[in-house]
Write a protein that binds this ligand. Structure first.
Ligand code: NAI
Length: 433
């Protein structure tokens, strides 16, 4: 792609291009980001097809869209597809350690408004969220609920502009449901994560593969033969456990839900409380969406060299503050690996400071997986735009026909044909054929 002629405004942070005022690390990184976006575009056939449709139908003509999703190449391609549909995009990341500066630069170079920088502090992170909201968006695409939370606290004056939004992940949906129960959610929010084509594939196979990709590339250690402790046997935990088993690990699951715990037992894993698992594990992956899973009481009983990682949305699952407090020494053991020497002489290691390991120490889910998740995002946003006059505030499910449309497109892109019900079979089952 040809870079637009841009004026560097403030050396490392801000530049203007056309009407754009973006805050990114360095516009010169754009060619590398562009290469990454081209690679995922090639591997996201469903989203590509939706983009082609959007080019013709322009469902977002005249609409501003604020997006806060882990800013790497797949997300960038979603932004481009939304733009093909006529949206004016305002883009930020959803975690300071998952933004890829070259990808942010590529979007900004193409004229999009981007506010994101890898490794920024929490103050700058929040100011980036504010920047996309200050555009007075009509549609919000959120991942974890930060944009919606800010909209309901700091920018309530802009709520009348909002048609609705889409939430990407389990944690964000927990937050939205709590707001909805309290009668506080003031616009419709589509629960993208609850679509089958999202959580059954993204959370399970996407997290399953990318967590191990992140851990392996960062540590360069073997998984086979190790005790791996997975906390949470939900959609993500099932995938992380399955892939650990496939890599030859001895997998232990910790859970609080008796049904999920039983499922883990039947799937062939050892299940025990964290206080027991802590003593055995060589590698830990928390993926519960809850806080305080691994804390001081566990650190002290762990093996020397244990590696603690988190794949849940927020960095609250491993008690990082507690670990800092307990440690007598902290050092960089390798890029993105921190070593903590405890008073008992043992050293524990964390990856990416307890932030979600597949994004903060990797490239996130495979493109073919995000193809489906972001297809659901794009179609849900189109659904909001098309039904803006009839939708009520509150959480709303992804319409089943969108799920089925994405599954059909994905199967077709894979060259897989399926049967259809005959009239007799449909009558027998009592369903529409
Ligand atoms: P889920 O609701 O399907 O599963 C969470 C599981 O954790 C449940 O079975 C629950 O009983 C268990 N759990 C809760 N508290 C626990 C505790 N104190 N100890 C042990 N187990 C506990 O949720 P899902 O979809 O698996 O997501 C989990 C987290 O991962 C969320 O924060 C979600 O936002 C995040 N996520 C991360 C992704 C990534 O790329 N790293 C991708 C998708 C989701």
């Amino acid at each position: 792609m040809q870079l637009r002629r841009v004026k560097i405004f403030c050396l490392n942070l801000m530049f203007t291009g056309g009407n754009t005022v973006s805050r990114i690390k360095d516009i010169k990184l754009a060619p590398s980001g562009e290469m990454k976006i081209k690679w995922v575009e090639r591997n996201m056939p469903v989203l590509r097809g939706i983009g082609e449709d959007f080019r013709r139908t322009k469902p977002f003509a005249g609409l501003r869209v604020a997006l806060s999703v882990h800013l790497e190449a797949k997300t960038a391609y979603l932004c481009r597809v939304m733009e093909m549909g006529g949206a004016e995009m305002y883009v930020t990341g959803s975690n300071p350690l998952s933004t890829q500066d070259d990808v942010a630069a590529a979007l900004a170079a193409g004229g999009m408004q981007v506010f994101a920088r890898y490794g920024c502090d929490m103050e700058e992170y929040e100011s980036c969220l504010c920047s996309v909201l200050e555009a007075a968006p009509n549609i919000i695409i959120d991942d974890g609920g930060d944009l919606v939370h800010l909209m309901h606290t700091k920018y309530t004056n802009l709520i009348p502009e909002v048609i609705g939004g889409c939430e990407e992940t389990t944690t964000g949906i927990h937050r939205l449901k709590a707001m909805d129960r309290a009668g506080e959610l003031r616009f419709p929010m589509v629960m993208v994560n609850e679509a089958d084509c999202k959580h059954m594939f993204d959370n399970r196979y996407g997290t399953g593969q990318s967590v191990w990709d992140g851990i392996m590339r960062t540590t360069n250690l073997i998984v086979a033969g190790k005790y791996v402790v997975v906390s949470g046997y939900g959609w993500c935990g099932k995938g992380v456990s399955l892939r650990a088993k496939g890599l030859g690990a001895k997998v232990i699951v910790t859970e609080t839900d008796p049904v999920r715990a039983l499922e883990a037992v039947m799937d062939g894993y050892e299940v025990m409380p964290m206080r027991e698992a802590a003593k055995i594990g060589d590698m830990f992956v928390t993926v519960t969406g809850c806080s305080g899973i691994i804390t001081a009481e566990h650190f002290e009983t762990m093996k020397d060299g244990a590696i603690l990682t988190n794949a849940g949305h927020f960095d609250v699952e491993v008690d990082m503050a507690g670990l800092e407090k307990l440690a007598v020494e902290k050092y960089d053991a390798r890029h993105n690996i921190q070593g903590y020497v405890l008073p008992n002489g043992k050293t524990l290691f964390t990856i990416a400071e307890g932030r979600l390991v597949n994004l903060a120490a990797g490239d996130g889910h495979p493109a073919e997986i995000m193809d489906m998740s972001f297809a659901i995002q794009a179609l849900s946003a189109e659904y909001l735009a098309a039904n803006r006059s009839s939708l009520k505030p509150g959480v709303i499910p992804v319409p089943r026909e969108l799920d089925e449309a994405v599954a059909r497109r994905k199967l077709s892109s894979m060259g897989v044909e399926i049967d259809s019900l005959s009239r007799e079979q449909a009558d027998y089952l009592g369903v529409e054929d």
